[in-house]
Design a protein around this ligand. Structure first.
Ligand SMILES: Nc1ncnc2c1ncn2[C@@H]1O[C@H](COP(=O)(O)OP(=O)(O)OP(=O)(O)O)[C@@H](O)[C@H]1O
Ligand SMILES: [Mg+2]
Length: 505
């Protein structure tokens, strides 16, 4: 046994999955306990299905291990794994009725039974299930999915929700240890989805087995799961209980993905003090002085006060009634603050806002600037991210200038040929300009992520070669927009790798 912990059913250790040249799943580490309801949550393409397929055995990891009950199951084919999958598009057999759809797998199944041989000795034999055994199992599955009255109905006459229940019954009838569900409610309308969420939760309770569930719907994940795995770009962003993910998001991405949030760029102002919205607030997190941080505050955690009683002042610009509370948009200087409150306050008036220190969540910024590996070409241009950029190479050597042959000359008159010199390039997020005129910049890319941070957007532009540019911008863009990236040459910070003397001529 590689794993001694009896409570653990499945463990993914350093699992990677590469398709062609790119990783669909990267450094995936997860431990699932018996009977847990675990949800993989993340946007389209983040690797949820791929991870599920590796657990099911339809896909083999490029590297890493998957342990089931402590045993490595890498070599175990899907049909030998005690795992069943329910897919988004339930493939029921249209020519069979509900009963036969569910019984289908059982009829094929051979189970080991102890029988007596001619000499009266015990012998293990593979036998088919009896009709009675099949009957009992199907009836039990039908009961769990609440379709007892439907056993002889043709599946084509069922509603989407009922068909999905047949698909679930068909998976649980095999009594798997783990049920994998890949967006099983994706094809249902909202009302049916909500009902099925409750039913799935009940089924989980009745069955007592482990559920691994995939969704891109954060609300669904929060209401159903014991544990949520938030994923992005094949990587785990955070693993935790729903309330931890909601209350203590690990980074601005998770905060933005899980529910509505106010996210601001702040900076540390001393011992447990942080500055944002133009004011210094007490907080409970410790970060180095002056460090730039992301500050996250949930809309329900701000309190609206009289202007003179608040920590900051703002003006209500919008109010929407959301059924159980009002949601206010309050402008504090240039920053937008979303606040939920059950009290009605008129739009247009000035108010104060306060927030308790422990409700101010401070997190390390994922990307504070853009760092790349690059080199200088023979024309003294900079090459990185598969593009060529005009730059000021004299910034690499103090007090230098370029002579007429293109060599750098320092103040002691030493000459340097920087052709092919390797450099580390750094560009601040504020210094990148993006444009929808694709001719304008040095390289084009797609906006793959956009987070609103108080008074501006932070977005990630990913090039075809998968280089990322994090950009702070006040302009509104859309995810999936194709844009060009431009950086003024004085804003490109370069440092030479290795010794300068290497380049002396
Ligand atoms: N067989 C394959 N060959 C090449 N690339 C693949 C293959 N399967 C998945 N991918 C890629 O791996 C990445 C992750 O895909 P995956 O289907 O796991 O995402 P997902 O999170 O399930 O997305 P969705 O919510 O859209 O179902 C995607 O970029 C996808 O294009
Ligand atoms: Mg998928």
């Amino acid at each position: 046994m590689e794993n001694e912990n009896k409570d653990v059913i499945i463990e993914l250790i350093d699992v990677n999955k590469k398709f062609d040249d790119s990783y669909a799943v990267e450094n995936f580490n997860l431990t699932v306990k018996k009977g847990q309801f675990v949800t993989f949550l993340g946007p389209s393409g983040c690797g949820k299905t791929t991870t599920l397929r590796m657990i099911a055995g339809f896909e083999i990891p490029t590297s890493g291990k998957i342990l089931l009950n402590g045993q490595d199951i890498a070599q175990l084919p899907p049909y030998l794994r005690p795992v069943n999958t329910v897919f988004q598009r339930y493939a029921l057999f249209p020519h069979l009725d509900v009963y036969d759809n569910i019984a289908f797998g059982l009829k094929m199944k051979r189970v080991e039974k102890v029988v007596k041989d001619r000499h009266g000795r015990d012998k293990i034999k593979k036998v088919k299930l009896s009709q009675k055994e099949i009957d009992e199992k199907v009836t039990r599955a039908l009961k769990i999915v609440d379709l007892e009255q439907f056993e002889s109905r043709n599946v084509t006459t069922l509603s989407g929700g009922q068909q999905q229940r047949v698909a679930i019954a068909r998976a649980i009838v095999n009594e798997p240890q783990i049920l994998l569900l890949d967006e099983p409610l994706g094809a249902l309308d909202l009302k049916m989805r909500k009902e099925m969420q409750v039913e799935l939760k009940n089924m989980h309770r009745k069955l007592g087995i482990t559920f691994i569930y995939v969704t891109h719907d954060q609300e669904e994940a929060l209401t159903m799961s014991d544990m949520i795995v938030v994923m992005k770009d094949g990587q785990i962003q955070q693993i935790g209980k729903p309330e931890d993910i909601y209350n203590e998001p690990a980074n601005a991405y998770v905060a933005d993905f899980i529910g509505e949030s106010n996210i601001y760029v702040g900076s540390m102002y001393g011992d447990k003090k942080v500055r944002f919205l133009g004011k210094v607030f007490d907080c409970v997190d410790d970060f180095p002085l002056h460090e730039k941080v992301d500050v996250v505050i949930r809309p329900e955690d701000f309190k609206i006060t009289k202007p003179e009683d608040g920590m900051v002042k703002g003006k209500i610009t919008d109010c929407i009634f959301k059924g159980i509370h009002y949601q206010y948009t309050i402008m504090v200087g240039k920053n937008e603050v979303l606040v939920q409150s059950t009290k009605e306050t008129p739009v247009g008036i000035e108010v104060g806002l306060s927030v308790k220190p422990d409700l101010i969540h401070i997190m390390k910024r994922n990307i504070s600037s853009n760092v790349y590996e690059g080199y200088i070409n023979k024309n003294n241009d900079l090459c990185f991210a598969e593009a060529t950029w005009e730059c000021d190479v004299t910034s690499l050597i103090k007090d230098s200038h370029i002579d007429e042959e293109g060599y750098l000359v320092d103040k002691g008159n030493k000459r340097y040929d920087l052709t092919d010199a390797e450099v580390t390039v750094e560009v601040d997020m504020n210094d990148i300009e993006i444009s929808d005129n694709l001719e304008e910049g040095n390289i084009t890319g797609e906006i793959i992520e956009m987070v609103y941070v108080g008074d501006h957007y932070r977005l990630i532009v990913r090039t075809e070669e998968e280089d990322d540019f994090a950009v702070d911008t006040e302009w509104t863009w859309n995810e999936n927009d194709i844009v060009s990236v431009k950086i003024p040459k004085e804003k490109i910070h370069m440092t030479l790798k290795g010794e300068l003397s290497k380049y002396e001529i």
